[in-house]
Design a protein around this ligand. Structure first.
Ligand code: ZN
Length: 559
């Protein structure tokens, strides 16, 4: 389609009631998460519908289509979306039309921010055809509770997709099936069974050397350097070329983090150790390392490369080294201990230089600074005051969304006041807990009688031990279920009374004017700095926040 452009004269902005022309941006989005949906969400159909709409209204002039294909709606890193907002800001367009809100966004807080703050600020009209939202003919439609709940539901849907995928994969991991699409360095997938690993004789010596070198006293950084010096291909390069010699050099180089991962991976002693890391949630894709007790580890699934004895020696050595480094304590600056390089994962180093009569304080990647480009590809340098002010802004956005969420809960509660269903839900919780307690009591009794059966000789020892394990398994299963139910009950009660200690603690002083180290560490887990000076801030309360939103969604269904 030819791209027509109409620029508006700033002095001739559309006024309510008068005959005006709107320069319209038609926004279309399609992603994998929509693939199982009906044909009605295809790009062609969205475009068709949008065209019908503007053709049936005389005040609209098509300025341009903005199409994001294969982009999720759970964040706003979509090129066409960003370009559209730039054009809205510059006044090239002054009206955005989408088929429905889920095309625009599947994320509640962000969508609200764009609709309620950004667009009015640009004097840009917004229309969502199927949701009946039009900021010009019905200015209240955006803030209307129903719309907000609808966007909450969109949010809920994208969360559900990710949780379902996770649950299926976890089931396979428990059985020790190797489910990652790619084999770890040193192994390849068995051509007859894609869930099984077999030895890759070519790459095996690299793994053996990495362990040997580490035990001989070399650190992760030195080992990575040595592999680069020897011109050994990285896992991804080896996979691409099938050649163990690095022909691409700087582009692919071994990083200390990769060595670290190899040195702790139990795959090399024949175990399938999965779910070692996870993403924070469906939206924040930051990888987080899980505690070993959360892993699914199944031993003796394939031929080992490293002996258990050497593997354990490496782990022991790692532990003593960690204890040593954590003893160093630096002076505490606002962001001390929080900043990490997004690419290599190393901590950021604080530096000061004196230039033109003043001190400049900045952070850069410690690995790049100390070991150069073979370790990390960029210095990631960023001024301290830039990071502090961006972090402060992000914190204040979070505070505002928590204030908003509390308000929304109050509104929902008000709507539900007359609804008796809510009380029934609480009683159900109690009953479910009671039933599980009964079950626990039953199992404990069974365990006792099984014990006396063994003692008086009516069953033998092996059978007793087998049964005992089974009893213990079910006991801990029921106990965990009760814990979860209690937690849910507590959360539901908190929602009903709209009392959340963790929210109140965060929002008690309103927006923050000056960021201190104390505030920063109380709210933030880590901040990753990428080479374009973008920050990924991981907030500590993200789990509570997600849980709360999940429950608001489930309540919204009942309203
Ligand atoms: Zn780095």
């Amino acid at each position: 389609m030819a791209r027509k452009k109409f620029y508006i004269d700033k002095t001739d902005k559309p006024q309510t009631g008068s005959k005006n022309i709107w320069n319209v941006a038609l926004y279309v989005r399609l992603s994998r998460e929509d693939s199982d949906k009906r044909e009605s969400d295809s790009v062609t159909n969205q475009k068709k519908l949008l065209n019908y709409y503007i053709e049936s209204h005389e005040e609209f002039l098509l300025s341009s289509f903005y199409i994001d294909e294969n982009f999720t709606g759970t964040n706003f890193n979509r090129p066409a979306f960003q370009r559209m907002f730039k054009d809205a800001k510059n006044g090239n367009i002054n009206c955005i039309i989408v088929k429905d809100l889920s095309r625009f966004a599947r994320e509640y807080i962000g969508a609200g921010h764009y609709l309620e703050n950004v667009l009015p600020n640009y004097n840009c009209r917004f229309i969502s055809i199927l949701d009946d939202v039009d900021t010009k003919t019905n200015p209240d439609s955006v803030t209307d509770l129903m719309v907000r709940i609808k966007s909450l539901l969109h949010d809920y849907n994208s969360q559900r997709i990710s949780i379902n995928v996770r649950a299926t994969k976890d089931a396979q991991r428990r059985e020790g099936k190797y489910i990652s699409p790619l084999a770890p360095f040193g192994y390849k997938k068995d051509p007859d069974n894609k869930h099984k690993l077999i030895m890759d004789e070519t790459a095996k010596p690299i793994i053996e050397n990495i362990y040997k070198w580490y035990l001989s006293g070399m650190g992760n950084i030195r080992i990575a350097q040595k592999l680069n010096e020897l011109g050994i291909a990285t896992r991804s390069q080896y996979r691409k070329t099938g050649n163990l010699h690095n022909t691409m050099l700087a582009e692919y180089s071994w990083r200390p983090k990769a060595i670290q991962k190899i040195l702790i991976n139990k795959v090399y002693i024949g175990a399938v150790d999965q779910r070692r890391e996870t993403t924070r949630n469906y939206k924040d894709r930051t990888r987080i390392t899980l505690d070993e007790k959360e892993h699914f580890i199944v031993y003796d699934m394939h031929e080992p490369i490293i002996s258990k004895e050497n593997f354990n020696r490496v782990q022991k050595k790692k532990k003593t080294l960690c204890a040593k480094t954590s003893r160093y304590k630096n002076k505490l600056y606002t962001l001390s201990g929080l900043l990490k390089c997004k690419d290599c994962g190393y901590a950021m180093l604080r530096n000061q230089t004196f230039m033109k009569g003043r001190w400049y304080v900045y952070y850069k990647c410690r690995a790049y600074n100390q070991r150069g480009a073979s370790v990390c590809n960029h210095n990631h340098s960023m001024r301290e005051e830039e990071i502090v002010s961006a972090t402060l802004a992000a914190i204040n956005i979070q505070i505002q969304s928590l204030i908003d969420i509390k308000e929304l809960i109050k509104e929902i509660n008000f709507k539900r006041l007359a609804d008796k269903k809510t009380n029934k839900n609480i009683i159900n919780f109690e009953r479910m807990i009671e039933e599980k307690m009964k079950k626990i009591k039953q199992i404990k009794n069974l365990k006792v009688s099984c014990y006396s059966d063994w003692k008086n000789g009516s069953i033998d020892k092996d059978d007793y031990l087998l049964m005992k394990d089974k009893f213990d398994d079910s006991l801990s299963k029921f106990q965990n279920e009760i814990l979860a139910l209690n937690e849910e009950k507590k959360l539901q009660n908190a929602i009903r009374s709209c009392e959340f200690d963790w929210i109140d603690n965060i929002i008690k002083n309103g927006k923050i004017k000056k960021l201190t180290h104390e505030i920063a560490v109380s709210l933030i887990d880590t901040i990753h700095v990428d080479q374009n000076k973008q920050l990924d801030i991981n907030f500590k309360f993200v789990n509570e926040y997600e849980k709360l939103k999940y429950y608001i969604n489930s309540i919204a269904f009942a309203v």
